[in-house]
Design a protein around this ligand. Structure first.
Ligand code: IMP
Ligand code: MG
Length: 204
């Protein structure tokens, strides 16, 4: 595993998922997806920017190596108000979408996201893919599924409506970064997933 440089010590608490562990799980997810899409030539993948770009790139290549369908990538940009590090479980956070694809009518879409936290982002994007883009179906693939310690009832309801079809790892209720995910835009380039010191970012 890559050594963390000393300058990270004030910001990173611990490595949660090593590069090797992530790689092995991505290959398993790819083989599950290939099994479920057997007989399909093309898979429409919608990747949520920014955080899912690393996962989606690795997943696509793992699907190719596993002999799966050719992948057509599309991207959607989601930004929500109030997702600063460690933000508390507010109700019905608003999510703004950009780059919504216009070529998915009738397609069976695989929506790929880095993390499912409160669920507003994926709920909003899935709704847009089905109702605005007229996709035929949307399956959800998330690298990380965050177990929330004390979700508000509204949050629990959103999450209950969003059971992902593919999950890489369940993780504890901490802010994580690396492998595409950020803490205040830092650490997307790390090859592993780490828990960050939330106090550092709250006080930044
Ligand atoms: P949700 O709408 O609360 O599910 O938020 C999902 C979005 O918030 C993800 O797309 C991430 O961009 C971001 N997010 C949530 N938790 C984390 C985290 O622990 N680290 C980095 N980004 C996160
Ligand atoms: Mg995101």
């Amino acid at each position: 595993m890559a050594e963390m440089t000393l300058s990270y010590a004030d910001r990173i608490e611990s490595v949660l998922l090593s590069e090797e562990v992530i790689g092995a799980r991505v290959r398993e997810l790819a083989s599950d997806i290939c099994r479920d899409r057997r007989g399909q030539d093309v898979l429409s993948m919608v990747v949520v920017l920014k955080g899912a770009f690393v996962f989606a790139a690795d997943l696509g290549r793992a699907i190719h190596k596993a002999g799966g369908p050719e992948i057509r990538y599309d991207f959607v940009r989601a930004s929500s108000y109030g997702t600063e590090v460690g933000s508390e479980g507010g109700t019905g956070r608003r999510v703004r979408l950009a780059l919504v694809p216009d070529n998915l009518q009738g397609k069976d879409v695989l929506l790929v996201e880095d993390i499912l936290d409160q669920g507003s982002t994926l709920a909003r994007i899935r709704e847009a893919l089905l109702n605005e883009c007229r996709a035929r179906s949307v399956k959800l693939c998330v690298l990380l599924y965050k177990q929330l310690d004390a979700p508000a009832p509204e949050v629990s309801a959103v999450r209950a409506s969003l059971v992902p079809d593919y999950v890489g790892f369940e993780i504890p209720d901490k802010w994580v970064a690396g492998y595409g995910l950020d803490a205040a835009e830092e650490f997307r380039d790390l090859p592993f997933v780490a828990a960050v010191h939330e106090e550092y970012y709250r006080n930044a």
